[in-house]
Write a protein that binds this ligand. Sequence first.
Ligand code: MG
Length: 110
Amino acid sequence: MTDKTTTLTELKKHIQDFSDARGWRKNENAKDLVMALTVEAAELAEIFMWLHSDEVDSIKENPETFEHTQEELADVFWYLCRICEHFDIDISKAVENKTEKNAKKYPIKE
Ligand SMILES: [Mg+2]
């Protein structure tokens, strides 16, 4: 599974199927999913917490730290997808709509 070979729909289904197989979606609620997303985002931030801004990009040179970063990003994405599924939100449409709003709010300066 890679970004080049996997559609967003396939990835969301992969997450749903994994969660369904473990019964995780039976008792899910939006509050818990949002809390989980927040915790995972904090776990991602923790990796960078005490690094000087000059050091941040060097995490890619440490295989263990880089792998940990990828895992936390996957966890964040995981809960983002589950929240979208819970509310039946089309994230592609939401991003498009937000981009249109941002384009009006932050016009390109000529
Ligand atoms: Mg995590």
